[in-house]
Design a protein around this ligand. Sequence first.
Ligand code: PEP
Ligand code: MG
Length: 587
Amino acid sequence: MAWTLSGVGIGDGLAMGKAWVLASARLDLPRRRLEPDQVEPELKRFREAVSIVNKELSGLKETMGQEASAEVSALLELQAIILRDPLLVAATEQRIQHDRCNAEWGLLQQLEAVSAQFDEIEDPYLRERKADVQQIVDRILRAMQGEVGLEEVVRKNNHEDDGGWILIAKDISPADMLILRRHRFLGFVTETGSATSHTAILARSLGLPAVVGVSGLLNQIAQNDIIVIKSKEGAVLGALNADDQSVYRGQQAVYADDLKALDDFKQLASCSLDGVSVLLMANIDLPNDVQIALDRGCDGIGLFRSEFLFMNRSSIPSEEEQFQAYSAVVKTMAGRPVTIRTLDAGADKEVSALSFGHDKPANPALASRAIRYSLQSPDLFLSQLRAMLRASAFGQVKILIPMVSGPSEMISAREMVQQAMTSLRAKGLAFNPKTSVGAMIEVPSAAIAIDGLVAHIDFASIGTNDLIQYTLAIDRTDRSVAHLYNPLHPAVLRLIDQTIRSCNRANLPVSLCGEMAGDTDLTRLLLGLGLREFSMHATEILKVKRVVRGSSVASLSRGVGRLLKLPDPALVKSGLSAMNAKALRPD
Ligand code: PEP
Ligand code: MG
């Protein structure tokens, strides 16, 4: 009997393959008391395993070169730090010595103690790092059992003539991710993980279809089972009959051909059938992401989320460090625009190096965050603005202010930009005095009263991720209300429409940088609304370009006008599906 499990899908791929179940090395471990003369050899065995893992991690870092995104490198580094932490290794050695337990048992006890401390942490980002500690422990345990990590397991068992594997695991470490790519893994499914977990972030950056956060996974799937991942729907399917398998095999082949065919679009202009040019920009989190963005032929960087430079560390980056990061991106983009967003910290974007006051806000998403926080921390804000302005001496920088709710914040932000310019002049440091300053339109008040805001901005970028959250009162990180998070709600569409119209009337450039920009089901809708600049994850650029090139914008505008009058998201959805289907039919 066929079954389906669901979780959080990453990307929009389809993969069918044999399940490779990576059992947790923590299961069924020996637990023994040591005789006094066994303590020293046991310590030696443990230290050797730690040193094997150390070598594995540094070997991976060295060999991966450009293959790894900035996130992968950062997480590998984090795991190397965990491995050096006395709380893990030295404390386990103490347990072996004093409690005379064998190394596996000592390590597991120490993992439990450390995990309990992680559970107490309020910061969700740091709390999630418990998974990194568990992954390191798994690696040490595997090394003690004579397995040299996933790479070795795969090399021993994964033969070239196999049709391809889908990795099934409780969780997957960043290092394992790289191995997945090298060894014909088609995708992966994990039991843990949410949309903001590191597993999800990495999957997105590697472009592998994946589903994370699938409960009951390891009870359902056995080694070698044939399974299908439909990542767009977040579905994992199994126990398929021969007919179903052949349907999915066909779909998978179409999907693979389709990915290959996309490469042909790299050299083609992003221009509709009726000659309308559309800018396709990339969203990046860290400077290294620029390479893939350029490879996909982006027209520029539409959103550089600067807060990522502040994450995963105990101190905030200095002006100089920020300047190095921003200018590296600007230089690599060689004259193409680079839109750098000022710090958008708070709520879902935890930056533990920053203090958000003593009292934890009841509603972090509505509390002091983004521009509110920056205006309350003028030194921090000024140093960031100076770093961005200094980078403007090397190319086209645009400064983007997040979570603007109305003109007063823009007026204050612009005053700070002027102050930053004055201090750079006083120091004789170069910058472009005409650097544009724009606003994210992601708070409903900014979209509703956009006419009053346009006089204070040089450009606008619609942040639909937050605009949907705040318009529909849906916490974007809460899985229990995820089904209500709907980009096609008429209220959301009207706010987008109104923002684009207002900006067009005022002759202001307007782009959209939320997840909607990279969703090809929505490309025609956005074109019809008058959007001419999209900013998205680099892996989505060519897919959107293909839709743009196959669309006639004039006819879309008429159809979208009708969709905007519909009262219900379900009606908009079916109207849009009909519009997309019609665009694909030959006349
Ligand atoms: C948005 O809110 O749409 C956006 C692009 O910003 P972020 O996802 O970083 O909040
Ligand atoms: Mg946002």
